[in-house]
Design a protein around this ligand. Structure first.
Ligand SMILES: Cc1cc2nc3c(=O)[nH]c(=O)nc-3n(C[C@H](O)[C@H](O)[C@H](O)COP(=O)(O)O)c2cc1C
Length: 205
C-alpha cells in the first residue's frame, strides 16, 4: 500500500480515501501534540467531564475497566504534588504544574482470571487498558481544543504518598490538562509507514 505523505502531524490519506480533505478524526489525530506550556485558563467542567467520559467508555481486556482517575485541580494540592513528584532529577517535569488540572491515572488490576490470563500470555493487559483509556482522554481533549501530555517521568513513590493512593492501586501516569500557551514548532520525527508495517511477514526492524 502506498501512502501520500509521511509528514509528522499530517496523516497520509490512503488511496481510496481521497475526499475533500482529512476526516474529522484524522484532523484530531494529526493535530495532537504533547503540550508542555499551559495557560492559566481553567478547564470548563463540562469539557473535563467529557474527557473522563471518553475514558470511561474505552475497551478493556475482559471489560475489567481497571482505570481510575484522580482529578487534581485544587491549586494547593497541585503545588504539593508538583513539589514532591517533580523534585530533583524530575525537575524537567515541572511544566505540568502550570496546567490547571493534573490527571493522575491509576490502575486497579482487578479480576484474578484476567491477571492469570495476562501472566499466561506475557502481556500486562491492564496496562494496555490504561493506555487506551488515557489516549481516549487525550483525543477527546484535542477535539475540544484542550491540550495534554502523557507523563511517566516523575517520582512515583512521592506522588503516591501526597495523594494517599491505596496499595492496591498502581499509579501509572500523570497527565496535565489545560489550554496550550505554546505548541512545539518542530514536529517530532515519525518512522515511515514502510518501517512500521509489513504485510504478511514480520517487520525487518
Ligand atoms: C507513556 C508516555 C510517557 C511520556 N512521558 C513524558 C514525560 O514524562 N515528559 C514529557 O515531557 N513527555 C512525555 N511523553 C510525551 C512524549 O515525549 C511524546 O509523546 C513524543 O515525544 C512524541 O511527541 P508528540 O506527543 O508531540 O507527538 C510521554 C509519552 C508517553 C506515551
Amino acid at each position: 500500500m502506498q501512502d501520500r505523505a509521511n509528514t509528522p502531524g499530517e496523516i497520509a490519506t490512503p488511496p481510496g480515501l481521497d475526499g475533500p480533505g482529512p476526516t474529522p478524526l484524522q484532523r484530531v489525530l494529526g493535530g495532537r501534540r504533547s503540550i508542555r506550556r499551559f495557560m492559566d485558563t481553567p478547564v470548563e467542567p463540562a469539557k473535563l467531564r467529557a474527557c473522563l467520559e471518553a475514558a470511561r467508555i474505552a475497551p478493556s481486556a475482559h471489560n475489567v475497566q481497571p482505570w481510575r482517575f484522580i482529578v487534581v485541580d485544587d491549586p494547593v494540592l497541585k503545588a504539593k504534588l508538583a513539589q514532591e513528584a517533580f523534585a530533583g532529577i524530575y525537575r524537567s517535569s515541572m511544566f505540568a504544574a502550570r496546567a490547571p488540572v493534573i490527571l493522575v491515572i491509576l490502575a486497579r488490576p482487578g479480576k484474578a482470571a484476567v491477571r492469570l490470563g495476562s501472566r499466561i500470555q506475557g502481556v500486562p493487559f491492564y496496562l494496555l487498558d490504561i493506555g487506551i483509556a488515557g489516549e481516549h482522554v487525550v483525543l477527546q481533549a484535542e477535539e475540544l481544543g484542550l491540550a495534554t501530555c502523557w507523563m511517566g517521568w516523575f517520582n512515583y513513590r512521592r506522588a503516591r504518598k501526597v495523594l494517599a493512593v491505596p496499595r492496591d492501586f498502581k499509579l501509572v501516569a500523570l497527565m496535565p490538562l489545560g489550554y496550550a500557551e505554546k505548541r512545539p514548532t518542530r514536529e517530532p520525527p515519525r518512522r515511515p509507514f514502510e518501517e512500521i508495517v509489513a504485510f504478511n511477514k514480520a517487520p525487518r526492524a
